[in-house]
Design a protein around this ligand. Structure first.
Ligand code: IPE
Ligand code: IPE
Ligand code: MG
Length: 259
C-alpha cells in the first residue's frame, strides 16, 4: 500500500455499519422555508423552529452512537437570499450560541465552526471564537457548524494553503498527497462523515463536504427540518447500519466464496 493511501485511510477512520459507537453524522438541515409556507407563515418562522430542531437533534445524537455531528447552517450560496432572510439567519446563529453555549460547554461538547470567516460580521466572529475557545478542552461530543461554508470554497482554500507552502519553500509539489491536502480543509483533522443526512426530500448535496463525502453513506428523508428530532435521527442511523460499506473493495464473504 502506498504511503498516501494508508495515511488517507487512517485520516478517514470510517465506522462500519453495526459498529454502534463513534459515528460522525452530517446533516443538511433543509426545509425551513417550506415548513413555514405550509402554515402560511413568513420563512423566518421556519428558521426559528429549525433552531429548536437543532437543539433536539444535538441532545439526542449521543444516544445513537454519534460522537460528532456536523450541521450545515449557512452556505456560501445562501448570501443570494433576500437581505432580510440573510439577516434573520445571522441573528439566529447569534441567538443560538447566546442561549446554548453555556449548557453545551458544561455538557462536554466541543464546538467548531467550519467555513470562511471572511465576510462574517464582527459580532458573529466574536461568538464563533468564544464558542471554540470555551469548549476547546471538551471531548464528550463534537458539534461542528458549517457556516458561510461551501465545499468548493473549502477545497480552493486548501489548495491555496498548499500553494503558499510551496511558495514559501516549506513544501515541494511532489509532497502533496491526499492526507497532506486534507490538512488544509476546515474539517481537518476530524474524520469524514460516515453518514450524510438531508432532510426535506431534496436529493442533492448543495456544495456540502464535497471532499469528505467520498465514501459517506447518504440518507435522504422527507421530513422538513423544523419537524426533525430523535425519531427521525434514529431512523437515519438504523438505515446506515443496514448498509454495506465497501470503500471500493469486495465483500469479505464473496471473496471467500469465489476464492
Ligand atoms: C434550510 O431551509 C435552512 C437554510 C438553508 C439556511 P431552507 O431555508 O432552505 O428551506 P426551503 O428549502 O426553502 O424549504
Ligand atoms: C443547503 O440548502 C444549505 C443549508 C442547509 C444551509 P439550500 O436550501 O440552500 O440548497 P438548495 O438551494 O436547495 O440546493
Ligand atoms: Mg432549502
Amino acid at each position: 500500500m502506498s504511503r498516501s493511501t494508508g495515511a488517507s485511510q487512517r485520516a478517514l477512520r470510517p465506522v462500519a455499519p453495526g459498529d454502534r459507537g463513534r459515528l460522525h453524522v452530517a446533516i443538511i438541515m433543509d426545509g425551513n422555508g417550506r415548513w413555514a409556507k405550509r402554515r402560511g407563515l413568513p420563512r423566518a418562522f421556519g428558521h426559528r423552529e429549525g433552531v429548536a430542531a437543532l437543539r433536539r437533534t444535538v441532545e439526542a445524537a449521543p444516544d445513537f452512537g454519534i460522537e460528532r455531528l456536523t450541521v450545515f447552517g449557512f452556505s456560501t450560496e445562501n448570501w443570494r437570499r433576500p437581505p432580510p432572510e440573510v439577516s434573520e439567519l445571522m441573528s439566529l446563529m447569534k441567538a443560538y450560541f447566546h442561549s446554548d453555549l453555556g449548557r453545551l460547554a458544561r455538557g462536554g461538547v466541543r464546538i467548531r465552526i467550519l467555513g470562511r470567516r471572511e465576510g462574517l460580521e464582527p459580532e458573529i466572529l466574536k461568538i464563533v471564537e468564544e464558542a471554540e475557545r470555551r469548549t476547546a478542552s471538551n471531548d464528550r461530543f463534537h458539534l461542528q457548524v458549517a457556516f458561510n461554508y461551501g465545499g468548493r470554497a473549502d477545497i480552493v482554500d486548501a489548495a491555496r494553503a498548499f500553494a503558499q507552502q510551496v511558495a514559501d519553500g516549506r513544501a515541494a509539489p511532489d509532497d502533496l498527497d491526499e492526507a497532506l491536502f486534507e490538512r488544509g480543509l476546515s474539517t481537518a483533522p476530524a474524520s469524514a462523515p460516515d453518514l450524510i443526512i438531508r432532510t426535506s426530500g431534496e436529493r442533492r448535496l448543495s456544495n456540502f463536504l464535497l471532499w469528505e463525502c467520498a465514501y459517506s453513506e447518504l440518507v435522504f428523508q422527507d421530513v422538513l427540518w423544523p419537524d426533525y428530532g430523535p425519531e427521525a435521527l434514529k431512523a437515519a442511523v438504523a438505515d446506515f447500519h443496514g448498509r454495506e460499506r465497501r470503500f471500493g473493495g469486495a465483500v469479505v464473504d464473496d471473496v471467500l466464496a469465489t476464492g
